[in-house]
Design a protein around this ligand. Structure first.
Ligand SMILES: C[S@@+](CC[C@H](N)C(=O)[O-])C[C@H]1O[C@@H](n2cnc3c(N)ncnc32)[C@H](O)[C@@H]1O
Length: 334
């Protein structure tokens, strides 16, 4: 953790400022801003609540929680979807298409990534020169930190969207991509974000879209069983299934006219013809995303009208709700 993060942090239980207790500050001699506090404690002003800093990451949540599947997933596939690793601007395209933000405006601002996973979108935000706080509930934060710690403008926090450890109005940009549908109360999860925006600050969130077509996806027939399974067992099952199902899906996908429809019947993430991946990457992304479909405890798609209502209820202006791959909602604080 870098010392400059401290002024934005608050005790998630009491809202009090936090005091740093540490004997272990690593200072890079030539670069003041790259000081890292590797181990220590953050203590609420009244001394009632203590939060550890472990492996440079302040931790505000229990080690094990409902997002353990994501911790496993993002530590296993730590680099898979990072553009710097895949060699393709897939995450960048999704980020800019969803947010429509101006990279020059982001430079030097404080930006919050809620549900950062292993950091595919944080990497894009960091590239603008912004100070990026990447937060996740799960041990995905360890993968994110390992991936991106060479950025002097990175700050990683393990925390819960329902008890965010930040002062109100701390951020000029807040985004949460691929996350909110995986929380138990999606409306409450969204409502936690606008209070963190500074005046004129901008927010962008996305969701799986709720529609008849999406409800018929075969993952929804399987999830009642798979979401309850032991994650290691499910992972090995998915690994075996993908070796069989991916070739079937690819064969169906090549059938003229009906191919795209037919391949939707096979419960495997098949990006052939959709993303510019090599053969090895196609297999790896298939395993990652098929596990990502089947393992989360929560999968709550939303409609455009609900997303608009939440943005309005939060008192935002310049509201836009659109389909940009996923269902995207954007707005700006008055
Ligand atoms: C599908 S992953 C998306 C990760 C990343 N945004 C991406 O698109 O690669 C969803 C992430 O949301 C996180 N998450 C779920 N519930 C959360 C909560 N209550 N607070 C913070 N993060 C949460 C999970 O741990 C997981 O890393």
């Amino acid at each position: 953790m870098k010392p400059e993060l401290l002024r934005y942090l608050r005790c998630p239980q009491s809202g009090q400022i936090l005091v740093l207790e540490t004997s272990d500050t690593i200072t890079t001699p030539d670069l003041e801003s790259s000081r890292e506090i590797k181990e220590g404690w953050l203590v609420s002003e009244d001394g009632q609540h203590r939060y550890p800093i472990r492996n440079s990451i302040p931790r505000f949540v229990p080690e094990s929680n409902y997002a353990d599947n994501f911790g496993m997933q993002w530590n296993h596939f730590a680099k898979t979807q990072l553009d710097s690793h895949s060699g393709h601007p897939i995450s960048a395209k999704r980020f800019w298409k969803a947010t429509n933000w101006n990279s020059d405006e982001m430079k030097k601002c404080w930006v919050l990534d809620v549900g950062c996973g292993s950091g595919r979108f944080a990497e894009i935000a960091l590239g603008t020169g912004a100070q990026v706080v990447a937060l996740d509930y799960s041990s995905a934060v360890d993968a994110c930190y390992a991936n991106l710690k060479h950025y002097p403008n990175l700050h990683v926090v393990q925390g819960d969207i329902y008890a965010l450890p930040f002062a109100p109005e701390s951020f000029t940009f807040v985004y949460s991509l691929g996350v909110l549908q995986h929380t138990p109360d999606v409306s409450k999860a969204f409502a936690a974000l606008p209070p963190l925006l500074a005046e004129e600050g901008q927010i962008c969130v996305d969701y799986y879209e709720k529609s008849l077509k999406s409800q018929l996806l075969p993952k929804y027939w399987l999830r009642p069983l798979t979401k309850q399974m032991d994650k290691e067992r499910l992972f090995s099952l998915v690994r075996n299934a993908v070796t069989v199902l991916l070739p079937i899906s690819r064969t169906l996908g090549h059938i003229p006219l009906t191919g795209n429809l037919l391949k939707r019947l096979i419960p495997v993430a098949n990006y052939e013809g959709i993303l510019p991946l090599t053969e090895t990457q196609l297999q790896e992304w298939a395993l990652l995303d098929t596990f990502d479909w089947l393992s989360p405890i929560y999968d709550n798609p939303q409609t455009a009208s609900t997303v608009r209502l939440w943005l309005e209820q939060a008192g935002l202006k310049d509201i836009e709700v659109l389909k940009a791959g996923h269902l995207v909602g954007r707005g700006r604080k008055f």
